[in-house]
Design a protein around this ligand. Sequence first.
Ligand SMILES: Cc1ncc(COP(=O)(O)O)c(C=O)c1O
Length: 422
Amino acid sequence: MKYDFDAYVERRGTDSVKWSGDGKELPMWVADMDFKAAPEIIDALRKRIDHGVFGYAGIPDAWYEAYGKWWDKRHGLKMKRENLIFSTGVIPSISTIIKELSNPGENVLIQSPVYHVFYSIIRNNGRNVLENPLQYRAGVYSMDFADLESKMSDSKTKLMILCNPHNPIAKIWDRESLEKVGELAEKYGVTVISDEIHCDITKPGRDYLPFAAVSEVCREISITCIAPTKTFNLAGLQTSAVYVSASSMKYKLLKALMRDDAADPNSFSTAAAIAAFENGEAWLDELREYLFDNRKMVEDFLASELPSVKAVQGDATYLVWLDLMELHDTGKNVAVKLVTDQPKSAGYTFPASVAEAHLNRNVLHETAQIMRGSTLYSYHLSGPKYRKHSMVMSSNCSALSTKALMPFVTFLISCSGSAVGS
Ligand SMILES: Cc1ncc(COP(=O)(O)O)c(C=O)c1O
């Protein structure tokens, strides 16, 4: 490997949200990795710093070209310059789209279990969350189209947030499912917001299919949110894009993003995105090898050491979704403990850090060091449906060693009152 993903980078004391606890928490609750950015991106930022003047920044031609070339080459979607809008983040974009394309009291559809922030941006904007729960059968998730149709046909349903690849189940949606979503959305006049922020972290040899590339219908009834931030670990730079083909929505959205002050870059956000898409390909392809090696390590470990915990098969993201159903009601106990016993010191009051009361402090500290890319994803447990999904949890497995999973597994087992695993 040309790039060193094993290097340890100390993030405590660097204003990292993920590592802002008191040293006792397990930093497994937010989707950012602990790898340094690609040297190609660091060089571009250094050049920007060396210039030394940081006045208001605009969007250079190279930004449009970099997105256009990357999506054409890697994902087979041709995005014209006039259909791309800069925005400071995927969540700010979705929030603006909700405000612009629906009214208070109307419904926004989401497919649970899904990224918890979808719930809050819908509710914070005074809209209703309408869930179309995914079906989980024999270890595989799929969409429930009968339920989706009945919810789309509600005249109050104006928007659907699609997550492709889907956080947290790590699924790349297939053409048939996406096509069906498009057909139903067109039939009932629902606009699809396709959140594709995780799209570039796919299993080596696999690609995702952009919703807008499925058909003309899908392209015209959707707005796609994309970014280099998950892929290249740049979330703190606040840089993303909105792709919208339909001219009826394009200018409305540009104006709305400007109104919400989400359409202006800072001095580093376009430089980082351009460098990532122009020169980050080799780094990304090595990262994918590394992350999916880690995923395999977790899967192998569970299969041999804890067969009652299943890693749900996933071909994208650095999240591993664990099925705890065979632990009987342990999943529910775990959910309750995570919700009630979370350490209050972990940056946010977020039910995602494992309670210190349940883990030996030293082990936890050591684990935090070993797991330096790792995120335990249990946020959904705090959502309204946490009981329903309490059997599943996930962990970000960047730089994860099998050893590192052990304290968490011990915690799970201790929740059930059974003997602690070795
Ligand atoms: C599905 C999904 N969308 C959006 C975001 C956040 O995007 P941004 O930081 O650009 O607002 C995340 C972060 O974890 C995510 O998982």
